[in-house]
Write a protein that binds this ligand. Sequence first.
Ligand code: 9WN
Length: 442
Amino acid sequence: REVAYDPAVAPPSLQVRAAKVLEGNWTGKSTVPSRSLYPHQWSWDSAFIAIGLRHLSPLRAQTELETLLAAQWADGRIPHIVFNPSVPLDAYFPSPDFWRSSTAGRAAGAPRTVQTSGIVQPPVHALAAWLVHLADPGLSRARGFLARAYPRLAAWHRYLLHRRDLGGGGLVSVVHPWEQGMDNSPCWDRPLSRVAPAPARSFRRADLDHGSPGDRPTDLDYGRYVRLAADYRDRGYADGGIEGVGDFAVEDPAFNALLITSEYALARIAHELGASESGPRARAERLTATLVERLWDPAAGMFLCRDVRAGELIPERGVTGLVPLLLPALPRDLATTLVRTVCGPHFGLGGTTRLVPSYDLLGEAFDPHRYWRGPAWFNTGWLLERGLRLHGERGRADALRKGILHAAGASGFAEYVDPYTAQPCGATGFGWTAALALDLLH
Ligand code: 9WN
């Protein structure tokens, strides 16, 4: 029997479904990455979320970033988590009583009224602020959105450039895997092996209440995360050069490439505000040259991470080393090589995969389901789609866009997916997956 097409029962479009996720994760002032796993505000999540939210409500997208910027520390750092006081302490670990920002972070200028973590995340914020402005310049000007955000964004970049150049070569170092955002990437295995893990009984992992253990970092990883964060806290979150740093200090390609991208955005923001600032653009170009000098590995055909403590590159291929494809001043031959690497056997794009895995498909540590050790993530996919387009790879960018949109919808906006089968892993209804799918639909 033929069933007549009835638009009233047609499945909702991807756009409508993505909007519903963002609506459901909105708290009134910001958006949680996930109602179950991550019930607070996260720094780089909020930047990605604002980029999608601007298509639904430019006002909410501005508010999202304003809420985050309001939690900035006096030294310029933007914390990686801003805690929601109405969420029970045991809903997420580590909670505010672990970070103790308002006491342990007093010397570094942590805010008094809001509880935050003391570490940072990749600086996607100036890029997000610029894109949010472009969605509705009239509203943005009427509210003084950029005029208020600009000094905070500039102070954030200054913090990173001046307080976090731990290697002394001009790039920013991260001092914790949570700062880089790809928490258990095999790139960290070597530097992390120096860190004595905190005893398992000294903390309780709330993530395992919601996520399957096979999709999450191990207990040993967590022991090391806890040790590093507690040591940093106990030093008052002070960044005192290499001597004052703990056992983990890494120059990361994606973190630095996002800073450079945000410097370009800062230059546009300054111009829009009528300032004749040549600083950010010149810095972006200089930083690109430094990134190439310090992190490019010709044999791997991509960027690698630098272990600052050991003074050497880490021989692991993580998706982080592809993200500099975003950079407009990347030498032409490097861009060509990066495209070849993304599409080659280690990442398989357009061959064995439709999405970009977070780690080397041929690497010893590859695991298609365990978090940042292989699964494909949507934020890195979105960044590479932009990079491919920027460097004239339109066909490949279109195919990646299609792969991302299909996997986002089919997985229920999963946090990450198996790079071969797109089977959902981690949380579903995940904020940046919905937001970045929305952005790609526009
Ligand atoms: C620790 C929120 C965050 C993301 C990170 C992702 C994961 C947290 C965790 O979730 O990290 O910050 O508890 O595992 O790795 O990139 O920002 O979505």
